[in-house]
Design a protein around this ligand. Sequence first.
Ligand code: ADP
Ligand code: MG
Ligand code: ZN
Length: 594
Amino acid sequence: MITTDTTLKLLKTHFGYRSFRPNQERIVNDIINGKDVLTIMPTGGGKSVCFQLPALALPGTAIVISPLIALMKDQVDALLTNGISAAYYNSSQEVSVQNETLKKLQKGHLKLIYVAPESLQTLAPYFSEIDVSLIAVDEAHCISSWGHDFRPAYTKLGYLKRQFPNKPIAAFTATADGATQQDILKQLNILNAKVHLSSFDRKNLYLEVRPGTDRINQITRFLKTRPEESGIIYCLSRKSTQEVTTKLNKSGFKAKAYHAGLSADKRNNIQESFINDVTPIIVATIAFGMGIDKSNVRWVIHYNLPKNIEGYYQEIGRGGRDGLPAYNILFYSYADVVQLRKFTNGATNADYQIAKLDRMQQFAEALSCRRIALLNYFGEHHTENCNNCDVCKSPPRYFDGTLLTKKVCSAVYRLKEQESTGMVIDVLRGAQNAQVLGKGYQNIKTYGLLKDMSWLDLQQYIIQMLNQGILEIRFHENGRLLLTPLANAILFDDRPVRLATPPKQVLAIKADRPKHTSDSKLFQKLRELRSAIAKEAKVPAYVVFSDATLKDMEARRPKTKSEFKEISGIGKVKAERYSRYFLSAIAAFESDKA
Ligand code: ADP
Ligand code: MG
Ligand code: ZN
């Protein structure tokens, strides 16, 4: 009988973790007790441990189906560094490597074997010779043609349950709506599986939305506050990935562009150099990210508005897998909305796509907690403010905005309802640029009426007026602004308007960033040591130790091996392998200080 005490012990011994994350323990116990399970847990929630731990607890070899070589390699590397015998098998490997894996498999030397669904047929004959402990299907949403990463070979996995009726089958995914969940259960023949649904909430992700103006400047200022950190900038087009990269390179940042137009080789190299901390910044289209388990992505920026909330959440989900804080900035502009709407033209499901875009836009314009809005979208109803988004950090104050609204409306009126938001703002602020002067707008009555207000604030107020139905925007006519009947009631009947002050950008407040104290110097030393070890072992740095482990090490400053073992993320094997190096680095640091 395997008890909680035993599984906890295994968790500490092999993975170095002192406690389970939410739901992990229940899933582990179900699998160990022979039950089929379907687990829906957000990215970074800790799905791997849920099948790796049972694989260690049960006799025999676990078969793990995984869609991408990069993912398999990463997980196998991580297992091997923890001293667990594992291997992966796929068609791209050399025959000699494949044969060696097969030999180990036949001798029962592997606790886990990872295989791509396409290679399963080749491997299947060996399964009848070996003792199978369990079957795990990772990224199980690939099974469903409803999902976004559909893989035909995943639909051929149904025979596994027939061949191994008494072995637990465990499916895992971060993204599956109701229909996809049913599809997974049906196709895997595990209709009686226990479904474990975790909250979508990822508390360590900080959410912020900023106006999409002067973006490069905003980004470089942001990057300067976080040197050496890894992050991803998502752009709408291939062209803009190149442009943004060039600009960042010019300002001295190590960034590379990534998109589906590059050769497979090139894309692989870029991905590798990101994973290995050689290139910290990737500027990419949404083609980038699937198959990246890098745990120390510290920020994600959306240069453009994403098409829908699903995409947004998946992309920001690539940050902070190690559980440490990750920063997310979304740049919001009406120009992007116009562009994205154009893309839907002619699509058979254009209405559906536009509805999704509308929800995305509502999120970007939210004046209340963004996380509540996000979780609501996924059907989770939270009421407590998260205190980890820009709106919570700087809640709007409401004020009587009647006069301000009148000024904006009268400018729209004077401009004959022909001009876009940008021009309306320029005119109200009394801008002297060529477009304004060229049209003679310096002569109209509302010119310069709001010259003391910042561009961004005024833009934010106009968005609120759009949302309140005071103004209307014609997307297909260059985004010109029009007055609605409500605007007339405000202009001529003194109908009152309430407006909210725009959220402030928290980033400007440096207080949440660690200063260059002696503490972060030690962290830096530990990072350098980690890189050196990783390089020699030819694995990504985060496979040696996660950022979270280094932080714990920095805080506790272990002096002995037994203290070293107490650090989160350090199991038996890693303690044996690495304690010497890290203990002496910490000791040297302490004596330098003294
Ligand atoms: P997922 O597959 O759900 O996206 P992973 O299995 O890759 O997530 O785990 C994400 C990170 O969390 C990894 O760095 C992993 O080592 C860490 N982790 C998993 N379980 C625990 C735990 N119980 N305590 C601390 N860290 C954990
Ligand atoms: Mg995973
Ligand atoms: Zn919030």
